[in-house]
Design a protein around this ligand. Structure first.
Ligand SMILES: Cc1ncc(COP(=O)(O)O)c(C=O)c1O
Length: 419
């Protein structure tokens, strides 16, 4: 390792706790669209996108222009003290676009976990109930409530003590893992029978495509049956689209792929194109349940991030990024199928638009591909319960040539593993 990075790693070790686990041993210097340069001038194709934040790429010129313009006006007032029009117009744009039944309202926050926390607060205020059902292998954040909701102990909950009460985990339907739609529905009914009466449940929270859990795509039949079950018991459905939202799946929201509607949808990550903003959109009657002062936060809906989010929506629509997500996803899946045909390590390929993942037999194999890719200038992430899934979160703005360059590295990586 070169000296600049070694020196930074030594300082990192001294100055920051190990609990912030860091994947790369190199440091970012600059980035543009799908490329990151490190502190030594090496360049990487970014297939991680800052963990699903950069569907519009690094520093998209239109986002930078919007942010720069906002910087010349004001950077912070605290919306709850002095409001600004851009917050309202962003809410209006999300309300028009989100797949919510009837009229919608939107409230802004800063992080994904905060959006999920607030969706739970809104659901509790609306129903007057406390219970929350989530799913095994789901991920919802690192705050206390979202930790409890997350369906994976290590590294997220381990050592952090007693979780908030009233959270129960059902099984997420993944047919290839032996969990059928019937099994998953039955697991919800088991919770109602064994842990908490349906009458006390405020909401069922699910990721339409599980992110950290391995890019498992929810079957339409499960959503239809879950909706019927929830309607029968007066329970709300919250779709956590923090990772799947904003064109990644080939539609603005993953829920756009389904006829079933959620009552509330959480979003963050690619909404801000690199600036911290999150949101909850939902049915008007549900969103209006909390009393004034119950929602918000000092930085919630910060004007810089709001300006970025407006530009993100403009870019997604003017550059046709939903279609692009489908094109790129189709090409990647074709390459993965070719790899699978000649490889004995690939066990599954899952995709919705450009939310694409390939599952390997073991975490070591996934790590080996990740290391090979990194050594050859391609940054990729793993995920899944056992860390044996490689997920792809490239900018949807990536030039075709660079995308194919990355796929070639990936193919070589698999070839070395199979050889
Ligand atoms: C589905 C989902 N929900 C919530 C979160 C938490 O978001 P944040 O890290 O911004 O708090 C994540 C982050 O990966 C996520 O993927």
């Amino acid at each position: 390792m070169d000296s600049k990075h070694s020196a930074l790693n030594a300082r990192k070790q001294q100055a920051t706790p190990r609990g912030v686990g860091v994947m790369c041993q190199w440091y970012a210097e600059k980035a543009e669209n799908a490329t990151i340069w490190d502190a030594e001038g090496n360049q990487f194709i970014d297939f991680a996108g800052g963990i699903a934040v950069l569907n519009t790429g690094h520093r998209h010129p239109k986002i930078i222009a919007a942010v720069t313009e906002q910087l010349t006006k004001f950077t912070h007032t605290a919306y709850q003290v002095v409001p600004y029009e851009s917050y309202i117009s962003l809410a209006e744009r999300i309300n028009e676009r989100a797949p919510i039944e009837g009229a919608a309202k939107t409230s802004f926050f800063s992080t994904g976990a905060e959006a999920v926390e607030n969706a739970v607060k809104i659901a509790r205020a609306h129903t007057g109930r406390h219970g929350i059902v989530t799913f095994g292998n789901g991920f919802h954040g690192r705050s206390f409530m979202t930790m409890a909701m997350t369906g994976k102990t290590a590294p997220y909950k381990r050592d952090f003590g007693v979780m908030p009460a009233g959270v129960f985990h059902a099984r997420y339907p993944v047919e290839s893992k032996g969990v059928t739609v019937n099994d998953a529905i039955q697991s919800v009914e088991d919770i109602f029978a064994e842990d908490i009466a349906a009458h006390d449940v405020a909401a069922i929270v699910l990721e339409p495509v599980q992110g950290e859990g391995g890019f498992n795509v929810v079957p339409a039949e499960f959503l239809t049956r879950l909706r019927a079950l929830c309607d029968q018991h007066g329970i709300l459905i919250i779709a956590d689209e923090v990772q799947s939202g904003f064109a990644r799946t080939g539609k603005l929201f993953a829920m756009d792929h389904y006829e079933t509607k959620a009552d509330l949808i959480t979003m963050a990550k690619s909404l801000g194109g690199g600036f911290p903003i999150s949101a909850v959109v939902g049915r008007v009657d549900v969103m209006d349940a909390p009393n004034p002062g119950g929602l918000g936060g000092t930085y919630a809906g910060n004007p810089i991030a709001v300006a970025a989010a407006h530009a993100v929506i403009d870019v997604i629509e003017s550059e046709g990024l939903c279609d692009r997500a489908n094109e790129l996803g189709t090409e990647l899946v074709a390459v993965l199928n070719t790899i699978k045909a000649s490889s004995n390590v690939v066990t599954d390929i899952r995709a919705l638009g450009s939310m694409v993942a390939v599952e390997l037999e073991t975490a070591d194999q996934a790590k080996a591909i990740q290391n090979y890719a990194m050594q050859n200038g391609l940054l990729i992430l793993t995920c899944g319960r056992y860390g044996n899934v490689i997920r792809f979160l490239y900018p949807l703005t990536i030039p075709t040539e660079q995308f194919r360059e990355a796929l070639a590295i990936l193919k070589q990586g698999f070839a070395t593993l199979t050889a």
